[in-house]
Each structure stands twice: as structure tokens, then as C-alpha cells.
Design a binder for this molecule. Structure first.
Ligand SMILES: Nc1ncnc2c1ncn2[C@@H]1O[C@H](COP(=O)(O)OP(=O)(O)OP(=O)(O)O)[C@@H](O)[C@H]1O
Ligand SMILES: [Mg+2]
Length: 504
């Protein structure tokens, strides 16, 4: 692999400037056939920008890119696909209402779509997908399958069209353990076929699991390329951050709870969530654990009124309150920072500043605009507190890196000064350095007396900050852990429906 002197793809001296930001500065990347190459770096380091320069989404401001020895300058994704570079992003960018087969061959269909052509397309799709280990019906709409399967369809499409380089930008962010394994087995097959695969993720375990080498970016510059055999996660993290990450504190200091604030009593919606009950005190963090689809997000959304419940009630300080929509929830001092920033969160064309004060402004009423100076003060405060990397508060939020958008969304809800904060996957897409900061933030909000409900698939983190953990399976609460019983192994046992080990 790496002893092959000639890379398949070689980017040299690549630079990209934006107003107020140098996103890439003299970047070099070499990809060899048959390797999985991780591209790592903090939020805003330039990973996605580099990919966009390779795939013709952005025009680079300098540098040379060669593919199989020939200079390339793709000016669109289609162009780069034709050259042999395919990309799959975290959000599956296929057309949900078309069938699997149609998605697979989109843009390449025979022009006369007769019945015969359709049948042939389905047969061919079945054959192609079999190579990827998928035994599904290509005549079904894409949405009838899980996100993981859709992701593999997107990969199959990219590879069938391109065939040399496959780029995956945070493809596993919304997959559970088994689904990640499905994706990895596909990646291993492609590697064996001689493709070069670029893998971007913030999950370092996955990096070590599947990748051969890694290139690490910091502030738009390459700070190192390493063979992963023989380096430690600590080495990689230190390169990424330019400093050592302090060991995480896992002491579970005894916590004194304040008064009972929120009581959820048998809240349910048929087909979505079985009756859920929980109690959260001031100064308490209740963790929600469970696999993808177990009902964590559903629980959060029902409590916040984002989805109206069809039975059950919510009490605040002992009095039943009405929460049938998010507006009523916010009026009660609730806040929910959602899992998926794209669909439930950011308003892309609005400035970072206005995105941060959006929920606060909505609560105050649009007819009472927050004075401009105050808006700036609030936005600046959170940009500093959460270390949001940006060129200017005035830039449209869609121009921030993915992880920084996520932080801005958290800022929006903190700005409402809630006394009950629901966080759904607060560290998704956030780099390892900022993980520690978000955990510290949860801890300090709790100490200030806030009641928190946090859904997360990061079990170690849940264990670190929760005073109580509720485990969900198949849209039902199956277990509740408190005190010393809160451990990753107990949570895993509860998720897997195995007897819980006695705390040792
Ligand atoms: N179109 C643009 N205009 C202005 N600035 C931009 C634009 N696109 C990206 N940037 C800036 O370039 C920098 C690199 O962003 P990029 O999206 O490449 O980061 P990333 O490494 O992918 O981060 P993450 O892990 O958060 O996804 C960021 O500071 C970002 O704000
Ligand atoms: Mg990115």
C-alpha cells in the first residue's frame, strides 16, 4: 500500500481563503489505492473544505491535484464523479420518494423508461447491491429502509459512478453499533477492490478500527500524517488539538438534589412511545440511554411538546401544566436542543448572531425586538463560552463548520436561560476537545440548579454526568439506574436485556 511510490490521488499546496478565514493553507494529501485514510481535526479545522476542493464544490485558490498522475480541476461534483471521485455525506443526499433502484441509477437511467427497462434496472440494482452485502428489494422506496441501508445505497451509487476514490464525511454520526459494522464491512470490500477511501469522523475508536493512515489538520494546515499501526489515540488527539487533553474526571461526587421540578407521568403516543414517567429535580441530570430508535428522541420531543402526546401529563413543581407545543414549553422555562441541526435547528441564511438569539426573541415576542447591542452582547458571550469558531457574527450560519453550527444551536437554547434543559445528543459532530467542554458545561449548569434531561449514545459521558439513568428499549422504559449502579456495563446489559451485574 504505502510502499507504492505513486499515490492515486495527490493534492499539493492546496489553499482556500474565505473572507476573514484561511480555511486551507498549503495542504498536502496523498491517497493510495487500497487504503482507508482518515482525515482528522477539530471543528473548523478544514476537513469538509478540503473535501469540497477535491470534489469541485469549491474552486481552490491555489495548489495542484493529480489523479493517477494527471492534473484535475473538477468544477462540480458531477465532474469529480466522472473523474472517479465519489462523495457521501452524513445526510444521505438521495431522493427519498424514489425507489432504491431509481436512486442507484439516477441520472444514468436509460432515457426511454419502458417497463422492460424498469425491470432490467431492478434486476441490475439487485445484483449491484448484493456486492455490498445488501439483500433488499430495489423496487421499494428508499425510505422504507433504515438510514444505514440508505447510506450503503448512497455509497454503492457513488462507487458505481466513480470507482477510484470514495470520500465519506461523517457517515456514521447517526448509525448505531451494528449499523456501523455493516458500513465497515462495505468499506473493507471496497478497500480490497483497490479503492482509496477517505473517512472523516469524530469517533476515534472507529478511526482506529477501519483506517490505515490518518492526516491531521489544525487551523487549515496539515500537522501530520501517520500510519495508525503503532500510534496511540492520545498521540492523535494531541496532534489534533495542539495540546494534551486532560484526563477526564470520572469521579461521581455525591450530589445534593434540589426540589422536585419536573414530573412526567405516563406520557405516551401510540406507535411512538409507551407511557413514560420520570422525575427530575433541580440540580439533577437524568440520562436517557438506548439504541438508535429505542425512543430517546421521542421521549424528549413528547416532553417538549414538539410532538403532541395522546396521553399522560406533565407537572411542574407539583402543578399540572399544559405543554402541547414548543411555544408553551418555552413559556414554562423548558428548552430542547435537538439532535438534528439540519431539520430542526439552524436557519442557514440567517446570521450566527440572529440564530443565537432566535429562541429568546421568540419567547419575548417578535413585537418586542431585543435591542441590537443586547443581541450582540448575548451572541458574543456564548461564542466565547462555547468556543464557537467563526470569522464574524454576521456570517450566515450555514458557513460555519458542522460542529460549530451544533454549538451555536446549543447557545440558542442556553440564551433562553431555561430551568429545565433537554439535550438530545449534545456532543454529536463535536470534536474530542470540545466534548470535554460540553461535559463540563452540563456539570456547571447542574451545579447552578438547572434540571437537565440528556439523551446520548456516548455511554461514558452519560455515566460521567448523570445522577440517574433511564434505559429505553423498543420505545419503552426498561430500567432505571441510580447511584453506584450507574456504569457503562450496567447500561449495556439493560440495553441488551441481560441481567444487570451487581455493582462491585
Ligand atoms: N463558504 C464559506 N465562507 C466562509 N467561511 C467558510 C466557508 N466554508 C467554510 N468556512 C470556514 O472554514 C473553516 C473550515 O470549515 P470546515 O467546514 O472545513 O471545518 P471541518 O473541519 O469540516 O469542521 P467540522 O468537524 O466542525 O465539520 C471554518 O472556520 C468555517 O467557518
Ligand atoms: Mg465538516
Amino acid at each position: 500500500m504505502t510502499d507504492d511510490p505513486r499515490p492515486m490521488l495527490h493534492a499539493r499546496g492546496v489553499s482556500k481563503f474565505f473572507p476573514g478565514a484561511v480555511a486551507l493553507d498549503d495542504v498536502e494529501l496523498k491517497l493510495y489505492p487500497g487504503e482507508v485514510h482518515a482525515l482528522l481535526g477539530e471543528n473548523g479545522a478544514g476537513k469538509s473544505t478540503l473535501i469540497k476542493c477535491l470534489t469541485g464544490v469549491y474552486r481552490r485558490d491555489g495548489g495542484v491535484i493529480t489523479l493517477d498522475g494527471a492534473d484535475i480541476a473538477p468544477h462540480s461534483t458531477l465532474d469529480s464523479q466522472k473523474l472517479g471521485i465519489g462523495t457521501v455525506y452524513q445526510e444521505v443526499n438521495l431522493l427519498p420518494n424514489l425507489t432504491v433502484a431509481e436512486n442507484l441509477f439516477l441520472g444514468r437511467q436509460p432515457t426511454r423508461l419502458g417497463l422492460l427497462a424498469r425491470r432490467r434496472m431492478v434486476t441490475e440494482a439487485r445484483e449491484v447491491l448484493a456486492d455490498y452485502g445488501l439483500d433488499i428489494d430495489p423496487a421499494e422506496p428508499l425510505t422504507s429502509y433504515s438510514v444505514a441501508v440508505q447510506q450503503v445505497v448512497a455509497i454503492a451509487r457513488a462507487v458505481e459512478m466513480s470507482g477510484k476514490v470514495l470520500i465519506l464525511d461523517e457517515p456514521t454520526a447517526s448509525l448505531d453499533r451494528d449499523e456501523v459494522q455493516l458500513l465497515f464491512s462495505v468499506i473493507r470490500t471496497l478497500k480490497a477492490r483497490g479503492l482509496a477511501v477517505v473517512f472523516i469522523t469524530h469517533f476515534l475508536d472507529q478511526v482506529f478500527d477501519i483506517s490505515d493512515r490518518a492526516t491531521i489538520l489544525r487551523n487549515g494546515r496539515v500537522v501530520g500524517t501517520r500510519l495508525l499501526d503503532g500510534v496511540s489515540q492520545t498521540d492523535i488527539v494531541t496532534l489534533m488539538l495542539g495540546r494534551q487533553l486532560e484526563a477526564r474526571v470520572h469521579d461521581r461526587a455525591p450530589r445534593t438534589l434540589g426540589d422536585l421540578l419536573i414530573e412526567v407521568d405516563g406520557l405516551a403516543k401510540s406507535g411512538m412511545l409507551d407511557p413514560a414517567s420520570l422525575r427530575i429535580h433541580k440540580g439533577e441530570v437524568v440520562g436517557l440511554a438506548g439504541l438508535l430508535g429505542s425512543g430517546r428522541t421521542e421521549t424528549a420531543n413528547l416532553i417538549f411538546g414538539a410532538v403532541p402526546a395522546d396521553q399522560g401529563r406533565i407537572l411542574r413543581e407539583g402543578h399540572e401544566i399544559r405543554v402541547t407545543n414548543p411555544r408553551e414549553a418555552v413559556a414554562q422555562g423548558f428548552a430542547l436542543c435537538p439532535e438534528d441541526r439540519k431539520t430542526d435547528g439552524i436557519v442557514g441564511d440567517l446570521s450566527v448572531r440572529d440564530n443565537i438569539v432566535l429562541a429568546l426573541q421568540a419567547r419575548q415576542g417578535w413585537w418586542r425586538p431585543i435591542p441590537r447591542a443586547k443581541v450582540t452582547e448575548i451572541a458574543e458571550h456564548y461564542v466565547k463560552a462555547l468556543d464557537i469558531r467563526l470569522a464574524s457574527l454576521d456570517m450566515p450560519i450555514r458557513l460555519l463548520s458542522g460542529g460549530n453550527q451544533q454549538k451555536a444551536l446549543l447557545a440558542r437554547w442556553l440564551a433562553t436561560a431555561p430551568d429545565f434543559l433537554i439535550l438530545d445528543e449534545p456532543t454529536r459532530g463535536i470534536d474530542v476537545g470540545a466534548h470535554a467542554e460540553i461535559i463540563a458545561l452540563i456539570e456547571s449548569l447542574r451545579e447552578q440548579g438547572m434540571a437537565l434531561l440528556v439523551a446520548s449514545s456516548e455511554l461514558e459521558e452519560l455515566v460521567a454526568y448523570s445522577t440517574r439513568v433511564i434505559v429505553l428499549r423498543d420505545r419503552r422504559q426498561v430500567s432505571e439506574l441510580t447511584g453506584d449502579a450507574i456504569s457503562t456495563s450496567n447500561i449495556i446489559h439493560a440495553i441488551a436485556d441481560e441481567p444487570i451485574q451487581e455493582a462491585s
